[in-house]
Design a protein around this ligand. Structure first.
Ligand code: KE4
Length: 428
């Protein structure tokens, strides 16, 4: 693989963009080497500026569940662009996508669209604090809810990749209201709740974690959170930015049968354009401006191009009866193939997967929380990452991320991926 063009572009970019990237995880800092500059993508493949083709398991960090440049999304955006790109006025299109989302997701009456997952989670916390009149929140070490101040405490994804889970710039005043719990440890959560009576507005959780690798909830964890929240007048916020419309049409609430009070979305809901959203039942959402006192706003919220892309994406997902099963089957096939390839070569590892999310950890113990995720051998991961990249397979450039399976992946792609793992396993 030649990366001359990407290398030259990276040098230029670093003169005018911090670190040469607009989001740190893209910089390959955790794995070394030069970040790949994308030129185009279609279906299961992304093509870089040097003409290399990669089987893509990042898929823009989740949105491309149906593959890149999904035709209905492309067509919808092209058509909508011809009518203008932004109005700052309400449009019928926003109501249409809102009605579809509300029909797909349990326990929500209303949804507010914003421009990123960060904005969705930040707004959800403000709404929970305004509704409950309480200040503290509980988040989980290793979970990532975007880069707003309240969440950059023991945050996962890029924050932990760069060793800044508690970012400078977050004041003590803010940090004191964010309490930290261990993922999958309901007794730890109970202790924190009981130690802070009548002070906790919300518990925010990735109901399936994807920012310390993929970590599904253990039996009873989500149910335990629900019970605790109901008993202590705490709102349960499911951050489904990654899992929403991916692990089930109704997200993890539907998959696991556990009710959240507020749900956050991003990624898939925008079909690859900048969209986030948060949603809840009427009694909570009616606290939001302009009806209620909790303020939240955005110039480009509900942008017509983004709404057109998101609506086309949700319609495709909602109408495809076999989609989730196909994604499950492909993920299981890939998981079994990678496990066989690594076991054959006595490579110590563990694989987590659920639905179309999967991650490979070079660790001998089960990965169930941030502490166990952090025990993975990062040198082995780096060799694995670059071995895959040099064979035309693009996985997340960090051990603290999930891979995303898309419907565009063929079994030939999966077999090519498994064969690459088998070759690399001999070097690990
Ligand atoms: P954005 O602000 O990046 O749209 O969403 C923040 C966010 C919130 N909640 C969850 C569960 C998320 O996974 C994310 C963002 N995910 C990362 C990848 N792990 C985005 C990649 C990046 O930071 O560039």
């Amino acid at each position: 693989m030649l990366y001359q063009r990407s290398s030259a572009l990276f040098k230029e970019a670093q003169n005018v963009i911090p670190g040469g990237v607009n989001s740190p995880v893209r910089a390959f800092k955790a794995v070394g080497g030069t970040p790949i500059f994308a030129k185009s993508a279609k279906g299961a493949y992304v093509y870089d500026e040097d003409g290399n083709r990669f089987i893509d398991y990042i898929n823009s960090w989740g949105p491309m569940i149906l593959g890149h440049a999904h035709q209905p999304v492309v067509d919808a955006v092209i058509e909508k662009t011809k009518e203008g790109t932004s109005f700052g006025m309400p449009t019928a299109l926003e109501t249409e996508i809102a009605e579809l989302a509300v029909s797909m997701v349990p326990n929500i009456d209303k949804i507010r669209f914003v421009n990123s997952g960060t904005e969705a989670c930040m707004s959800a916390i403000r709404l929970a604090r305004g509704y409950t009149q309480k200040d503290k929140i509980i988040k989980f070490s290793g979970c990532y809810h975007g880069h707003s101040d309240s969440f950059l405490i023991a945050a996962g994804s890029g924050a932990v990749t760069f060793g800044t889970p508690n970012s400078p710039g977050v004041t003590q005043g803010t940090a004191k209201d964010t309490l930290l719990a261990r993922y999958n440890d309901i007794e730890n959560v109970r202790e924190i709740v009981e130690a802070n009576p009548n002070e906790i507005a919300a518990i925010i959780v990735e109901p399936v974690a994807g920012n310390m690798g993929c970590i599904p909830p253990v039996e009873g964890f989500l149910e335990g959170l629900r019970t605790l929240c109901s008993a202590h007048d705490i709102l349960l916020i499911f951050d489904e930015v990654m899992t929403g419309f991916r692990l089930a049409k109704g997200g993890v609430q539907q998959l696991k049968g556990v009710d959240a009070d507020i749900v956050c979305f991003g990624k898939v809901v925008g079909g690859g354009l900048p969209v986030g959203a948060f949603a809840s039942r009427n009694e909570i959402m009616n606290h939001l401006a302009p009806n209620g006192p909790v303020y939240q706003a955005g110039t480009l919220s509900g942008n017509p191009l983004a709404m057109a892309a998101g609506l086309a994406m949700l319609k495709s997902i909602n109408s495809d009866k076999g989609l989730m099963n196909r994604l499950d089957e492909k993920t299981k096939y890939l998981r079994n193939g990678i496990a066989d390839a690594l076991n054959k070569n006595n490579v110590v590892h563990t694989i987590n997967s659920i639905g179309s999310m999967i991650s490979v950890h070079f660790s001998e113990e089960p990965v169930v929380d941030f502490e166990s995720a952090a025990k993975g051998n990062n040198d082995t991961f780096k060799t694995f990452f670059h071995g895959m990249l040099s064979r035309g397979i693009y996985i997340a450039p960090s051990a603290f991320e999930s891979w995303f399976i898309t419907d565009a992946l063929t079994y030939q792609d999966l077999n090519e991926t498994i064969a690459a793992v088998e070759e690399i396993a001999k070097e690990l």
